[in-house]
Structure formats: structure tokens, C-alpha cells
Design a protein around this ligand. Structure first.
Ligand code: FAD
Ligand code: DHB
Length: 395
């Protein structure tokens, strides 16, 4: 088999990249390790920034998102019983965020990609190996239906997440990895219950962080910070509901509608960046190249700028024979990535319990007071939360 761009991974990054390329006439093949149902069932991102929203529209898959997504004008920050709302448009010249689940977005992308003559998807592709990308002859070896296959291509896009094969194939001497693993995780619960509040609540409580989010007016997504080594099996629904209510101010806790969970899982928290993001004809995109703790809702929104820069650069090459943008991909993408790594790390440190040290908590409270009491502090939170702009000079 032969194609122009060989894409490893059929998550949001791989799908959206394939779709943007296709609309410009560039062909691709996506090799996805799992089946479609498995990829769509992963409950992850819930909050989209303007950049990701616009990319979905550009990929001509934004119609359902625009109909069903919930636009949010603010977030609520709490510290024990203190409650402060951050007005997003008021501090950012009118910008808002949208609640639309990654499961829905992935479904919309698959619906389009599987009808698209310029894109082929191989599900359950096993043992994918990127080869020849440093020698100018990139190819992907893999096994499908028990048979070894080779996909020859002009470029490889590694969109296969943190545990994928693309970054792992880069010789160690060519890559630098920066990593911090946080000493806690998030236990998430999804339930068909009305959200406790119409906006998201990020709560710093002496028992640990909690987040109240949603997928719709009838479906809630909640998270509580849990210690490293905690197991989902040890968290009955009842224990989860008791814990999250204890971590919220009384006025929210008393409104909490509980119900049976549809899904429950624990996600570790990590900051990670690989540098550079280009190795000859292999490019890393999305979680394959960087991870942020979920606190600022940035992971997928960061993948969006990678997809935008890489699709723009590849299209410039195929259409106009211009290679300069491909040369600039890594450096341009990394600038926005580090800005989001900084914000996600900082927002995590403002809202989570790191230890039992009383002075740390007093300092967190002083920072909460400073930020919420100052227009500059509120603007800092709001402009980072709605997302920093893509580099407009790239194109
Ligand atoms: P992935 O979604 O990881 O997709 C990679 C794909 O590659 C998968 O389908 C996988 O099966 C496939 N794959 C892996 N290895 C191979 C291989 N060897 N061969 C073939 N295929 C392979 N982000 C936000 O922007 N907003 C949020 O509100 C938000 N909330 C989050 C909440 C939680 C609890 C978590 C865990 C994450 C959250 N994120 C959020 C982050 C977001 O979900 C990720 O950044 C996003 O999924 C990245 O997409 P991706 O396509 O790059 O990688
Ligand atoms: C969700 C996840 C996040 O990490 C976040 O900051 C906000 C919302 C969610 O899953 O809904």
C-alpha cells in the first residue's frame, strides 16, 4: 500500500489531521490499534477552546457540535467555603469555551472520515513500526488480520498518544524528554444526573481537589483528586458521591443529584514535553508529543494547534512546493505547548493538595485571594483558560 501521509493513531489528532488534509486533496491512511467503538468510548476531554471549535468547522464536522455544544461564559473557583466566579468574555474581549465531549467529537470525525475518499482507516492494526523516516524513505510496517503489511508514504504523522509507537521509534540521542509526574490522580465519574451547577466548578478543599463538569443538561462529569495507587474498585458510587459533596461549599453540595455511574476511571497527572517534534519525515502531534495535567482542560486544545500547523505545512508543500513551514512546525508548535504546560502546572498547583503542610495551604489561600481580588489576576486566569491564540504568522 502507498499513500501521501501515513498517520499512526485514530484518536482526535489523527482523525482531524486526516480530514484537514483531505479537504485540500492530500491522501492519508490512518493505522489505529483498536476498533472504532473502543476509541469512541474513551471518556476524556469535555471543554473545547475557540481554536478547536474553529478547526472542527474547518474540517466540516462542526454541525452537531454547534447544535449540541454548550457555550460557557464563566467558571467557578472555590476554596473551602469561598466561591468566586471568573467571567471569561469580560476579561478576554468576548471569548468563551464550549462543553462538548471528546466521545461526540470523535464520533463526528469518524462519520466524516469513513466516507472520505482521500482517507483510509485500518482498525486493529497491530505492531505498528515507523521506519526509514530519517533516511528519506518513510514507511509503516504493521500486522492486519494476522498478515504483515507495509505502508509506504511521504511523511509519517505520529498521532498515537503518550504510549504510542511513534515517539518510541526515535533514537534516544535525537530526542529530549521533559517530565513531571504528580503525586496524585483524578478519579472521574460520569452519570446521567443534572449537573450541580450550570458552570464548571474547580474546588480547592482541605480534603483535596474536586471538579464538577458536565456533558449536557442531563449528564454530569465529576472528578476528585485521589492518592497515587488508589484503585477504582475501592470507590463505590456511594463513596464517590460522599467525597465530592464534602469537597464542595454547602450551597453546591446540597444541590448535588446523585445516581448510578455510567463510567468511572482514574487518570494519572503528568506534565511531559518531547523536543523536537520533527525527526526527518516523522512528526509528533498531540499527546504523542506532550501531556499536561487535565486541570486547565488543555490537552486536546493543544493538539488542535499541532494539527493546524502540521496540516497547513503539509498542504503548503503539496500545493505550492513550499517546505519552509514544515521546517518551522516543531519550533512554532512548541511555543504554544510550553505556554499551556506552564498554565496547566500552575493551575494544578493552585487547586490541588500536595501535602499536609499548613503553610502551603495558607500560601494557596493567599494566592486565591490575590488572584480573585485583582482584575489582573482574573484576566490571567481567563485568558489562559479560554486558550492562547495560534501563531497567525504561520501560513
Ligand atoms: P489519543 O486520544 O491518546 O489518541 C491516540 C490514538 O492512537 C488512540 O486511538 C490509540 O488507540 C491509538 N494508538 C496508540 N498507540 C498506537 C499504536 N502503537 N498503533 C496504532 N494506534 C495506536 N483535553 C482538553 O482539551 N480538554 C479537556 O477538558 C480535557 N479533559 C481531559 C480529562 C481527562 C480525565 C483526561 C485523561 C484527558 C483530558 N484531556 C482534555 C486531554 C485529551 O483527552 C487528550 O489530550 C486527547 O485525547 C489527545 O488526543 P490524541 O489524538 O493526540 O491522542
Ligand atoms: C473536564 C475535564 C477537565 O480536565 C477540565 O479541566 C474540565 C472539564 C471534563 O471532562 O468535563
Amino acid at each position: 500500500m502507498q499513500t501521501q501521509v501515513g498517520i499512526i493513531g485514530g484518536g482526535p489528532s489523527g482523525l482531524c489531521l486526516a480530514r484537514l488534509l483531505s479537504l485540500a486533496g492530500v491522501r492519508s491512511v490512518i493505522l489505529e490499534r483498536h476498533d472504532r467503538a473502543h476509541v469512541e468510548a474513551r471518556i476524556r476531554a469535555g471543554v473545547l477552546e475557540q481554536g478547536m471549535i474553529e478547526l472542527m468547522r474547518k474540517a466540516q464536522v462542526g454541525a452537531r457540535m454547534d447544535r449540541e455544544g454548550l457555550l460557557h461564559d464563566g467558571i467557578v473557583l472555590t476554596f473551602d467555603d469561598r466561591v468566586e466566579r471568573i467571567d471569561l468574555p469580560g476579561h478576554t474581549g468576548g471569548q468563551r469555551v464550549m462543553v462538548y465531549g471528546q466521545t461526540e467529537l470523535t464520533r463526528d470525525l469518524y462519520d466524516a472520515v469513513l466516507q472520505d475518499a482521500n482517507v483510509s482507516v485500518v482498525f486493529e492494526a497491530q505492531g505498528v513500526r515507523p521506519l526509514g523516516f530519517l533516511d528519506g524513505e518513510p514507511r509503516l510496517d504493521y500486522v492486519s488480520d494476522g498478515k504483515p503489511q507495509t505502508l509506504a508514504c511521504d511523511f509519517i504523522a505520529g498521532c498515537d498518544g503518550y504510549h504510542g509507537a511513534s515517539r518510541a521509534a526515535v533514537p534516544r540521542g535525537l530526542i529530549t524528554e521533559y517530565e513531571r509526574v504528580y503525586p496524585f490522580g483524578w478519579l472521574g465519574l460520569l452519570a446521567d444526573t443534572p449537573p450541580v451547577h450550570e458552570e464548571l466548578i474547580y474546588s480547592n478543599h482541605s480534603r483535596g481537589f474536586a471538579l464538577c463538569s458536565m456533558r449536557s443538561h442531563t449528564r454530569s462529569r465529576y472528578y476528585v483528586q485521589v492518592g497515587q495507587g488508589e484503585k477504582v474498585e475501592d470507590w463505590s458510587d456511594e463513596r464517590f458521591w460522599d467525597e465530592i459533596r464534602r469537597r464542595l461549599p454547602e450551597r453546591f453540595a446540597r444541590n448535588m443529584v446523585t445516581g448510578p455511574s455510567i463510567e468511572k476511571s482514574i487518570a494519572p497527572l503528568r506534565s511531559f514535553v518531547a523536543e523536537p517534534l520533527r525527526f526527518g519525515k516523522l512528526f509528533l502531534v498531540g499527546d504523542a508529543g506532550h501531556i499536561v495535567p487535565p486541570t486547565g482542560a488543555k490537552g486536546l486544545n493543544l493538539a488542535a494547534s499541532d494539527m493546524h500547523y502540521l496540516s497547513t505545512a503539509l498542504i503548503a508543500l503539496y500545493r505550492e512546493g513550499r517546505g519552509d513551514l514544515l521546517e518551522r512546525y516543531s519550533q512554532t508548535a512548541l511555543r504554544r505547548i510550553w505556554a499551556a504546560v506552564r498554565f496547566s502546572w500552575w493551575f494544578t498547583s493552585l487547586t490541588h493538595k500536595f501535602n499536609d503542610d499548613a503553610i502551603e495551604r495558607k500560601i494557596q489561600l493567599a494566592e486565591f485571594d490575590y488572584l480573585t481580588g485583582s482584575a489582573a489576576g482574573r484576566t490571567t486566569i481567563a485568558e489562559n483558560y479560554v486558550g492562547l491564540p495560534f501563531d497567525a504568522s504561520f501560513g
